[in-house]
Design a protein around this ligand. Structure first.
Ligand code: MTE
Ligand code: MO
Length: 345
């Protein structure tokens, strides 16, 4: 197994332009504006074509070709979901894993509006033989020797009512970077499933094959490997920022916590290296696949000098964010405790 993208040199200027983080300081807000929302595009965006249709085909009796207008005229759903790149935190894995060296900022949350994929599959006359749904976007690789960004999800996930073909983010039509005109939204699952510039949804009896299914986006499992799917539990401190100087007085620590499978139950902050933990106040709806914002303000003013805060989250099923994330050959899903050090003036 390889890191995320051996075909693209992460130091190339175009790769840098296409792959931009969310400013860490924004990770204590309910949603992130599109212009600040991280971008992860293997080959960069295709040309903007607001009329490019998406074809619902494969093992269906009545293939559909739908444009943005058709989608907007369907029954619409708006939901809030966190989008996290499977490679978020890769730079924190040791030993180092090749691929884009994201720190902790390849994550963001937005509201997404679109139509349920299950509605489209039912309208298309989905066959009983369908077990997987293949997903393809308009971003053809820059050369014929490079693999197509082809993904698939199991049929249960495709029929899950939260899986959307979306056209809007935070109430506005998608921007090109985020997949305009249509992208998939798979709440709770890593970003690589959220196919942008969606052109083909194809029901099949088999999973998709190829580089982006068989060689990357996999985790070791029982001597073999399995695809990365659900995002594990994680919490992140947005403020104070690492290395910042803050005024003397009470220090307010804020951030977000999320998990793909379960709702967050609590977030704890430690100011003594993990010896004692304090409950943070949580905001927001607290559903699986959504982030909750948190805040903790110690009662006593911190004396001048260096302060380190550590955060960890626990979900309603009792899963605790681990002190150290499990290393894996793809460098995925780093979710160790987040520590931030700043200076009180
Ligand atoms: N067509 C297409 N879809 C794609 C990608 C891509 O390169 N091409 N990148 C995926 C990955 S790896 C991630 S993490 C998310 C990032 O979505 P964003 O750029 O809107 O943040 O898009 C996914 N969808
Ligand atoms: Mo990703």
């Amino acid at each position: 197994m390889l890191g995320e993208d051996p075909y693209l040199d992460a130091e190339r200027d175009d790769a840098r332009r296409w792959n931009t983080p969310t400013p860490m300081a924004l990770l204590d807000r309910p949603t992130i504006p599109a212009a600040s929302f991280f971008v992860r595009s293997h080959y960069g965006p295709p040309t903007l074509d607001p009329h490019r249709p998406v074809v619902i085909g494969g093992l269906v009796t009545n293939p559909l070709s739908l444009t943005l207008r058709d989608i907007k005229a369907s029954d619409l759903v708006t939901l809030t979901a966190v989008l996290e790149c499977a490679g978020n935190g890769r730079a924190r894995h040791a030993p180092r894993v090749p691929g884009l060296q994201w720190d902790l900022d390849a994550v963001a949350q937005a509201t997404f509006t679109g139509v349920r994929l299950c509605d489209l599959l039912v309208r298309a006359g989905l066959s009983r033989e369908a077990r997987h749904v293949h997903l393809r976007g308009a971003d053809d690789p820059p050369s014929a020797t490079m693999p197509i960004f082809l993904r698939s999800i199991p049929i249960e996930r495709a029929l899950d009512p939260s899986t959307l073909v979306a056209f809007a983010m935070n109430g506005d039509d998608l921007t090109l970077d985020h997949g305009a005109p249509l992208r998939l939204v798979v709440p709770g699952w890593a970003g690589n499933h959220w196919v942008k510039w969606l052109t083909h949804v194809s029901a099949s009896s088999e999973p998709a094959r190829g580089f982006f299914m068989d060689d990357v986006y996999r985790l070791p499992a029982d001597g073999s490997s399995q695809p990365v799917t659900t995002i594990p539990i994680k919490s992140l401190i947005a403020s104070p920022e690492h290395g910042a100087t803050t005024p003397r007085g009470r220090q307010r620590i804020t951030g977000v916590a999320f998990a793909g499978r379960h709702a967050i139950a609590k977030v704890e902050v430690s100011l003594d290296g993990g010896a004692s933990w304090h409950l943070a106040t949580l905001d927001g709806s607290r559903a699986a696949g959504e982030w909750t914002t948190f805040a903790y303000e110690p009662h006593d003013a911190c004396p001048p000098g260096e302060v380190t805060a550590i955060v960890r989250a626990v979900d309603v099923a009792g899963n605790v964010q681990p002190e150290h994330a499990a290393w894996n050959p793809g460098g995925y899903f780093w979710n160790g405790w987040h520590a931030v050090t700043w200076n009180v003036a």
